[in-house]
Design a protein around this ligand. Structure first.
Ligand SMILES: Nc1ncnc2c1ncn2[C@@H]1O[C@H](COP(=O)(O)OP(=O)(O)OP(=O)(O)O)[C@@H](O)[C@H]1O
Ligand SMILES: [Mg+2]
Length: 318
């Protein structure tokens, strides 16, 4: 019965998330679609406050002060319709896990790494082999078991981030949302962490890797979603996004990556739109070098070779 549905690993359709702040609703994620097949990973890129973390938190259903609409089908299961107690028991951390943005600084300074792992497993009423499970997780991220006896301040930044990743892997999830896992790290450690994620991917794990830096996605992402002003303005294979980007914002992001060859990166002038307003026109209208009259209407998703783009330039009906 479910074989047709389970072919897709993850399908997100018309996903919107709103926060209800004292200044009014924040349209943090607006009508996002994307899908992944088994063993595929997606990279999510875009500048600050465009809704990347909100998208991840919406999938793991941990949005605080907000509400999510639309449909998420994970391994054939419509996970926004699953009651919270069931989602917590069968999905969150067990099938879908998240490495939170800035989590390195949330390690508790007064407990050893081992104590913090035990605490997590106890919170989940884990009744398997505690020691073996913790050892498996630590080894899977390339750390030495000695780390378990240490306090967070005794670890380097790279070791702390590996410990955080190991925590997200404790219950052996199939899908891990990694929100800016390399942002606070120097470039060499960043490369090591990316290598680690790549190896985990080879072992069958799928990732949603969130970053503001499009360049770091190249090694891990099979597909890429570009977020701007709460919308996924372009989605497609990483090949298409890197080599044949359609949306002027994606093109601008790629041109803003510094290169070692001395080409000076070009920056996108101006500021992103306020997310307090319901989008009624192209979100990129104020900054787009190719703006046209039509852009004052909200662009739908125009099909591309491997996905879609929300840009009127690709409207072939006109
Ligand atoms: N709990 C909240 N209540 C109200 N507004 C929020 C809340 N969390 C985030 N926002 C707002 O939602 C928008 C999207 O935030 P989000 O954190 O998803 O962006 P982001 O792309 O992850 O940014 P960054 O790159 O800085 O991490 C922002 O305008 C942010 O201020
Ligand atoms: Mg974020």
């Amino acid at each position: 019965m479910r074989s047709e549905k389970t072919k897709k690993f993850l399908e997100v359709n018309g996903l919107s998330s709103r926060y209800y702040s004292s200044n009014g609703p924040v349209y943090a994620v607006d009508n996002v679609d994307f899908s992944l097949n088994e063993n595929e990973s997606i990279g999510i890129a875009g500048e600050s406050a465009c809704g990347k973390s909100t998208l991840g938190l919406s999938i793991i259903r941990m949005l605080s002060g907000g509400k999510t609409f639309g449909k998420i089908t994970f391994q054939g299961e419509s996970i926004l319709d699953v009651p919270e107690s069931e989602f917590d028991e069968y999905f969150r951390w067990k099938k879908i896990s998240m490495i939170f943005q800035g989590a390195m600084s949330s390690l508790d300074p007064v407990f050893t790494i081992n104590e913090q792992f035990i605490e997590i497993l106890n919170q989940h009423d884990f009744d398997g082999d505690l020691i073996q499970t913790i050892h498996d997780a630590i080894i899977s991220v390339g750390l030495n078991l000695h780390v378990l006896k240490k306090y967070p301040h005794e670890l380097s930044g790279g070791m702390k981030q590996r410990a955080i990743i190991a925590m997200a892997l404790l219950l052996k999830p199939k899908f891990v949302i990694a929100d800016e896992p390399t942002t606070a790290l120097d470039v060499l450690i960043q490369a090591q962490i990316m290598n680690l994620l790549k190896n985990l991917k080879k072992k069958g794990m799928s990732f949603m890797l969130i970053t503001h830096d499009l360049a770091v996605l190249s090694e891990i992402a099979d597909k890429i979603g570009i977020m701007y002003g709460g919308q996924m303005v372009e989605f497609g294979s990483s090949e298409e996004i890197y080599h044949n980007p359609k949306h002027p914002y994606t093109q601008g992001l790629l041109e803003s990556i510094p290169t070692l060859k001395g080409n000076s990166p070009r920056y996108i002038k101006g500021n992103p739109p306020s997310l307090f307003d319901v989008p009624t026109q192209c979100q990129f209208i104020e900054r787009c070098p190719l703006v046209m009259d039509k852009c004052s209407q909200l662009p739908p998703k125009f099909k591309t070779a491997t996905g879609y783009t929300r840009c009127w330039l690709y409207d072939d009906t006109s």
